[in-house]
Design a protein around this ligand. Structure first.
Ligand SMILES: [Zn+2]
Ligand SMILES: [Zn+2]
Length: 143
């Protein structure tokens, strides 16, 4: 009888994951936070003492900004209301005015929006726009 060649292949492949901290011992555990493998409490403590233990970043879907433009009044206007502003006919028409847009850009970067609005209320296009916005916002206030 010839020796069975197949026996040579009968080697169990055991995947041994080494400890990710000491790189020597077989790892038995996984860090619940970063999933690194470790062999012992001692290695775990070493791991925790370092700054390598970080939760894998969850993939966060970034939604595109729904707000058409930014606008600040003395009240904080919530984004839904800002969105309805964007659909208002009068507001849209106002926004076609380059001068108004310039004013709004300045308002956005202003450190004191309240003051800025007061100072510019004598600009007809600006005061019209503010009134249009306020009427839209107040219409929405049903509570
Ligand atoms: Zn170890
Ligand atoms: Zn960890």
């Amino acid at each position: 009888m010839a020796p069975d060649d197949k026996s040579d292949l009968d080697v169990k492949v055991v995947r041994i994951f080494k400890c990710g901290i000491c790189n020597e011992n077989e790892s038995k555990y996984k860090c619940p936070v970063c999933l690194v493998r470790y062999c012992s409490v001692a290695c775990y403590k070493t791991h925790k003492a370092g700054d390598s233990c970080k939760k894998p970043e969850p993939v966060v879907e970034v939604k595109p900004a729904a707000v058409v433009y930014e606008y600040e009044t003395e009240d904080t206007v919530n984004p839904e209301k800002l969105q309805t502003l964007g659909y208002d006919f009068d507001v849209r028409r106002d926004l076609e005015n380059p001068h108004l847009r310039q004013l709004l850009t300045e308002l956005n970067s202003s450190t004191n929006p309240d003051q800025f609005i007061k100072e510019n209320m004598n600009e007809p296009i600006f005061s019209d726009f503010v009134l249009h916005c306020l009427s839209v916002i107040n219409e929405e206030k049903d509570e």
